[in-house]
Ligand binder design. Structure first.
Ligand code: NAP
Length: 345
């Protein structure tokens, strides 16, 4: 294989608070020759996810949890979930032109060591971008968090935060298909309309326009909340606990309100948690990769085939758009799954 120049995105320094485009740069490296069992992948689609901000900090307890959450060193490549085409392979299981998805980099090319997760796509039934969104960790998080952690019952009253985002929109749609009453919150009027008019949420509100979240939730849940899918933490979580029914379940999925504001502290009413017997359960998508993955894929693909699940995606084109795509997550720019397409299929 001839020497290949590879552009990749990196951080200039550790990022402790809100990210800005100026904190990122595009670098070029010359790729080394492939070792035995290496696979060279041309990156087509890469996932843009909020959790990466915790990897960019000088330290965060999250960095010791699972390999995918490990610290990112300034100047080095940044790995993520993505999809690409094999351009050269020293591994017998992968051939040139195979479409693969798994761990690749925010880069034009990635040399994948075979110990990394890399799955071959044998049949191409859906748009390729779905494999970094709805059929990737966003979908698995929504499915596992809702069905396995929240253990819904029909007609449960469900609240979802960051509901127009990648995970949130799917949680709301799964919950509606299951027969729950679903309310979502999001940060703009357009997103609120999208949730109600396009995704079939029963209600939605703009949390940025609300001055008293406790009374807002009382308004939307006069009979209390049974399930809260928490993407944001913070004051919203405090208000939810106050409005939760006995034996309510909270899936603690993410803490968007805290990722870029380390000074943020909240005071949950532990009296409510105890006397209402509320279950608050943190989880990671990787908890569902073995036992629940096949169910997730077959149920979700059936829903998509039947046109019952919408797949909102927000795709920008070109490796140079990765910094603004990522920073935009924390400004609320995206509707649905944020993806960058690095190259044409
Ligand atoms: P996303 O919702 O598609 O994108 C982020 C959205 O969050 C933004 O569009 C914005 O929408 C909202 N947001 C940003 N800053 C906020 C703040 N300070 N307060 C409230 N909302 C804010 O992202 P995602 O990939 O679906 O992730 C959603 C959550 O799930 C994140 O917390 C993420 O870390 C978590 N997650 C967890 C796992 C897991 O394994 N546990 C896996 C995937 C994702 P608005 O306009 O509505 O503000």
């Amino acid at each position: 294989m001839e020497m290949l120049n590879n552009k990749f995105i990196t951080i200039k320094t550790d990022i402790e608070e809100a990210p800005h485009e100026s904190m990122f740069e595009i670098k070029t490296q010359t790729l080394p020759p492939l070792d035995e069992h290496d696979v060279l992948v041309k990156c087509l689609y890469v996932s843009i996810d909020p959790y990466q901000i915790n990897r960019m900090k000088s330290r965060s307890s999250s960095q010791n949890s699972v390999a995918a959450a490990s610290k990112i060193t300034p100047g080095m490549t940044i790995n993520c979930l993505g999809l690409g085409r094999v351009v050269a392979s020293n591994h017998p299981d992968y051939q040139k032109n195979d479409i693969v998805h798994g761990t690749i980099n925010w880069a034009e090319y990635t040399i994948v060591k075979t110990q990394d997760m890399l799955k071959k796509l044998d049949t191409i039934e859906f748009p390729l971008s779905y494999y970094v969104g709805i059929f990737g960790f966003s979908g698995l998080t929504a499915y596992g968090g809702f069905f396995k952690i929240c253990k819904p019952k029909k007609e449960d009253k469900v609240f979802v935060s960051a509901a127009a985002g990648s995970v949130g929109n799917l949680v709301g749609q799964y919950a509606k298909l299951f027969g729950c009453y679903v309310v979502g919150c999001a940060g703009t009027k357009q997103k609120v309309n999208f949730l109600k008019e396009k995704l079939g949420f029963d209600e939605a509100f703009n949390y940025k326009e609300e001055t008293d979240l406790n009374s807002t939730l009382q308004r939307y849940f006069p009979d209390g909340i049974d399930i809260y899918f928490d993407n944001v933490g913070g004051e919203m979580l405090e208000a939810v606990v106050a409005n939760m029914n006995a034996f309510g379940r909270i899936a603690a999925c993410g803490v968007l309100s805290g990722y870029t504001n380390s000074k943020k502290h909240i005071a949950l009413s532990m009296v409510d948690v105890v006397y209402k017997r509320i279950m608050i359960h943190g989880f990671l998508a990787t908890d569902f990769t073995s036992n629940d993955f096949n169910d997730f894929m077959s149920v979700t693909k059936d829903y998509v085939r039947a046109g019952k699940l919408s797949v909102p995606e927000d795709i920008s084109f070109g490796i140079e758009t990765i910094p603004s795509a990522f920073v935009g997550l924390f400004r609320g720019d995206n509707v649905g799954k944020k993806i960058v397409q690095i190259a044409k299929e």
